[in-house]
Design a protein around this ligand. Structure first.
Ligand code: S3P
Ligand code: PEP
Length: 433
């Protein structure tokens, strides 16, 4: 089992890009496969999650060259060109792959089965199954969990109010809407990442957006594109954390996506006193991008405003560590979605921080974290990539070595994390790979 052994006492320095955005990479593969003509993607994340989406479409007859150093060439088959897969499609560890594929597959004229790893089989799929059933889909699942057996049926549009802030559910419904008779609309209770809406429009498919509501009609076509995937702010987040907490650090992360539906981490860390500067603002592939400079700063505990939670949802493992390094108390509320990610991120972060001597009060929808000195120790990441990377950065300021168990899944979102972190100055050893 892959472990990290991380020694304290260093700082982070340098200037480098982070790998491509995972959410945008999944969507580039999906829309490229369903488009007419060729799509050329640059900067694609070659993490295991995205490779699962690529493999699924290959199994359904889509030809692709790559990925090779971020380049993927997709020979689109059009909205109605997928072939019956014949074998289960394995989404691995990826909630995004499973939920977005469920949306695409619900309206096909062939059956399909979606499977995943032990973590993914525990995650709630009812949130996509219910709206898809309301559109006419026939999907069998036990207790609302994978495997999902999709029969493929003619669909009709719905006007759906999302019960939770989830870009995956929103995207699944919009993708199903490409195949549904009439108009499909989704209204979200709070803004979530809007990469699907942006990329559909980028592929020439009209999406009407009015405040929290997005609508599309079937009958259109997607047109193959050349697109550049920006750097993943969710991967950059670990470096923003590390450089902020380790005295003497000064790091610049190049070409990071700063879509306003993703920048909660910058807003929250800045409210805590972090020193983060954005330069070279530009637009890449329909998404805003910047270089981000981050220097050491003493953090202060805050009450994190609940409206920022969906805008930083994957960054909470990093934010738990930031809170533990801050002066005073940090209060996290409205974050119950963290309990249904790759692990129960509230419980796993709380127990890891306690192992480092931090006083944490767990709440159903968050936690209260008391800033303190971090002791060395052994942390079980429970196979959750973001928890492994967050604790690796915590080691920068720990009183002793940190050993992190079960780190192989870092490869789902950030395969070169150990190398890049080491290059930036983190004293990280990968053991037992
Ligand atoms: O749409 C996406 O690409 C994602 C949406 C979020 O999940 P939810 O929709 O479950 O909040 C996020 O946690 C996940 O990493 C990626
Ligand atoms: C929640 C995540 O991903 P997914 O839902 O795609 O597994 C994540 O990457 O933090």
């Amino acid at each position: 089992m892959t472990r990290y052994l991380v020694h304290p006492g260093s700082q982070l320095k340098g200037r480098f890009p982070v790998p491509g955005d995972k959410s945008i990479s999944h969507r580039a593969v999906i829309l490229g496969a369903l488009a007419e003509g060729v799509t050329e993607v640059e900067g694609l994340l070659e993490g295991a999650d995205v490779l699962a989406t690529i493999a699924a479409f290959r199994t359904m007859g889509v030809e692709m060259q790559g990925p090779d150093r971020g380049h993927l060439r997709i020979q689109g088959v059009g909205l109605y060109g997928l072939r019956a897969p014949g074998v289960p499609l394995d989404c691995g560890n990826s909630g995004t792959a499973m939920r977005l594929l469920a949306g695409v597959l619900a309206g096909q004229n062939f059956p399909s089965t979606l499977i995943g790893d032990a973590s993914l089989q525990q995650r709630p799929m009812g949130r996509v199954l219910r709206p898809l059933a309301a559109m006419g889909a026939e999907i069998a699942a036990q207790d609302g969990k994978a495997p999902l057996q999709i029969h493929g049926r003619p669909l009709h549009g719905i006007d759906y109010a999302l019960p939770m802030a989830s870009a995956q559910v929103k995207s699944a419904i919009l993708l199903a809407g490409l195949y549904a008779e009439g108009q499909t609309c989704v209204t979200e209770p709070a803004p979530t990442r809007d990469h699907s809406e942006r990329m559909l429009q980028g592929f020439g498919y009209p999406v009407e957006r009015q405040g929290p509501r997005a609508c599309l009609r079937s009958g259109g076509q997607l047109h193959g594109q050349s697109l550049q995937v920006p750097g993943d702010i969710s991967s950059a987040a670990f470096f923003l954390l590390g450089a902020t907490i380790a005295p003497g650090s000064d790091l610049t992360l190049e070409g990071v996506g700063i879509n306003p539906t993703r920048t909660g981490i910058i807003e929250i860390l800045t409210r805590m006193g972090a020193r983060i500067d954005l330069t070279a603002l530009r637009v890449v592939g329909g998404e805003p991008v910047a270089d981000i400079r981050v220097r050491y700063a003493q953090l202060q505990g805050i009450a994190i405003p609940a409206h920022l939670v969906p805008l930083a949802i994957d960054e909470f493992p990093a934010l738990f560590i930031a809170a533990a390094c801050a002066k005073g108390q940090t209060v996290i509320t409205g974050a119950e979605e963290l309990r249904v990610k790759e692990s129960d991120r509230i419980a796993v972060m709380a127990s890891g921080l306690r192992a480092m001597g931090v006083i944490v009060e767990e709440r159903a929808d968050g936690a209260i974290i008391n800033g303190s000195l971090l002791q060395g120790g052994r942390i079980n990441s429970q196979g959750d990539h973001r928890i492994a990377m967050a604790f690796a950065m915590a080691a920068l300021v720990a009183q002793g070595d940190i050993e992190i168990l079960d780190c192989a899944n870092v490869a789902t979102s950030f395969p070169n994390f150990p190398a890049l972190a080491h290059q930036a100055g983190l004293l990280l050893e990968v053991v037992g790979a």
